[in-house]
Every structure is written in structure tokens, then in C-alpha cells.
Design a protein around this ligand. Structure first.
Ligand code: N1C
Length: 256
């Protein structure tokens, strides 16, 4: 608990951590809108209010993903065909890559994904407070506040997918297409052949080690998608572990 926050919000009825989450939320929301003029139709106060109603006063292990429906419906977001980038177990490498170029868009490059990225939050039954510590962890319970948010936001992101979509998967782990991941359980299931033309997997590998595009889990991925949807897979050496640092960027950019 920060005394500075208590002081500056002395007249507020909410707890300091409620105020700090709200402040972080609104500040990030406004910063995003400043930098992304296409989202200027959004109202950060309205978005906050739709967001907080999902979990305030609820058991933090009992927040279904549908609780975030009002949030998702409040946000105005243009779809960007052919440039959407999905990922699983490659968060760092994906963002090292997308930071440097605007051509690919991840969920964290959209308004809600940008705001919530890196944050933890939850409420408590019979309380109007918001907490940022002591919240259940990712695997502590299925319907936890944070996990349900990412499930719901990922569902909306995948529903908006159109044209050629890309997924960056981790070739250094035993199961690059992990059946329990959000990518497998939520996103892939929502790619509809009527809108999505193709799925290109970029399998990030350490030099010539690890899994290849023939991996059984990637065969499962191929079986999972609608037959009309084109599928391809390319193994690309990890740009940060090989001398040819340009390789990943070049291979990805080639697709555009
Ligand atoms: O379970 P995952 O990966 O397959 O989820 C990744 C998948 C991406 O395509 C994103 O669209 O789901 C979306 N997504 C996020 O954008 C996101 N940002 C931060 C899912 N999870 C996200 N996080 C955090 O990463 C989340 O809080 C949790 O801790 C991880 C899940 O990542 P994963 O298992 O590597």
C-alpha cells in the first residue's frame, strides 16, 4: 500500500489499490488512444466501468470468461486483416519482434491487450474493492479473474481474424501446439474459413535442434483447423540465439 496514493485520493471512498488499478488502467488507455488515432472513438471511463463490473464483488476463482462480455462489447476496435499474429509460449520473442515493426499485430497491440498486459487484478465477495496482490495464480483455479480475461480477450481477437493469419510457436519445447494453451483451446477453434484464408505457423527453433514442422502436435493443429483453411509451417531459427539475427524478421516479412 502506497501512502502517496492514500494521500492523493484521501476523499475517495475506494481503497488505495482500487484507485491505483483504476489510475493505471485509465492512464494506459489514454496513452494507447493518443498513439493510435484509429481508436479515438473509445471512452476510457466507460471501458473501465465495463471492465470492473466483471470481477468486483466476485469470488476471484469464480469469474467466467463471459463476465468480460460487456468490456469486449464496449471497446471499438478495427480488425486488421492479414497482419494478425498469434503466439503460444513465445511471448518474449514475439514482442521483441513486433516492437521493431508495425506490420504484425498481437493482442497486446490492441487496446484491452495493451492495458492489461503484465497486470494482476481481482475482487472479493461482498466487497467493492479491487486488489492487485494476493489474487489467485494462473493455474490455482480455472475461472480466475486474470485467466478469464485473457480467454475472453483472445476469443474476441480470434473472432476478428481475417485473411492470412500467423502464429509463432515454440520449437524448443516438447509440444509446440500445447493442448492446454489459449492458442489451442480458444483461438484456433475460432478461425473460420469464411474469413480466414490461411494459417502460417512460424516455429521458432534453436538452430537445428528441437521440434520441426513434422512434430505430432503440429499435425494435431492441422487436423484441428477447417479443411478449407490453408496451412503452412516454417521453422525459423531463433533470431536472438543465432548469428543471423535478421533471419526471423526477413522470413516473416517475406510473407507480406
Ligand atoms: O496460452 P497461450 O500462451 O497459448 O496464449 C497465447 C495466445 C496469444 O495468441 C494471445 O493472442 O493468447 C493470447 N494471450 C495474450 O495476448 C496474452 N498476453 C499476456 C494469452 N495470454 C497472454 N498473456 C499472458 O501470457 C497470460 O497472462 C499468461 O500468463 C500467458 C499465457 O501465455 P502462453 O501459455 O505462452
Amino acid at each position: 500500500i502506497s501512502l502517496g496514493v492514500v494521500h492523493s485520493h484521501a476523499l475517495s471512498s475506494s481503497s488505495p489499490s482500487s484507485e491505483s488499478l483504476k489510475k493505471t488502467f485509465i492512464d494506459k488507455c489514454e496513452a494507447f488512444i493518443q498513439n493510435n488515432k484509429s481508436s479515438s472513438a473509445n471512452n476510457c471511463q466507460k471501458i473501465w466501468s465495463a471492465f470492473q463490473q466483471a470481477f468486483v464483488g466476485r469470488d476471484p476463482c469464480n469469474v467466467p470468461m463471459e463476465a468480460y462480455d460487456p468490456l469486449i462489447h464496449t471497446v471499438i476496435q478495427d480488425p486488421v486483416c492479414n497482419r494478425m499474429l498469434f503466439w503460444s509460449k513465445t511471448k518474449k520473442i514475439v514482442h521483441d519482434f513486433t516492437e521493431k515493426r508495425d506490420c504484425f499485430l498481437t493482442l497486446e497491440d490492441t487496446l484491452v491487450g495493451f492495458i492489461m498486459n503484465g497486470l494482476t487484478w481481482c475482487g472479493k465477495e461482498e466487497s467493492n474493492e479491487t486488489f492487485t496482490t494476493g489474487c489467485p495464480g494462473w493455474t490455482d483455479c480455472v475461472n480466475n479473474t486474470v485467466r478469464s480475461f485473457w480467454n475472453r480477450a483472445s476469443a474476441a481477437f480470434a473472432d476478428a481474424a481475417c485473411g492470412d493469419v500467423t502464429a509463432m510457436l515454440n520449437g524448443s519445447i516438447a509440444t509446440p501446439f500445447s493442448p492446454t494453451s489459449i492458442f489451442a483451446t480458444i483461438e484456433v477453434k475460432r478461425f473460420k474459413a469464411a474469413k480466414v484464408k490461411s494459417l502460417s505457423v512460424v516455429l521458432v527453433t534453436k538452430e537445428n535442434k528441437g521440434t520441426t514442422c513434422d512434430d505430432p502436435s503440429l499435425q494435431d493443429l492441422q487436423k484441428e483447423i477447417e479443411p478449407k483453411l490453408k496451412y503452412n509451417c516454417k521453422a525459423v531459427p531463433d533470431a536472438y540465439r543465432t548469428p543471423d539475427r535478421q533471419d526471423l524478421s526477413r522470413k516473416l516479412s517475406d510473407r507480406l
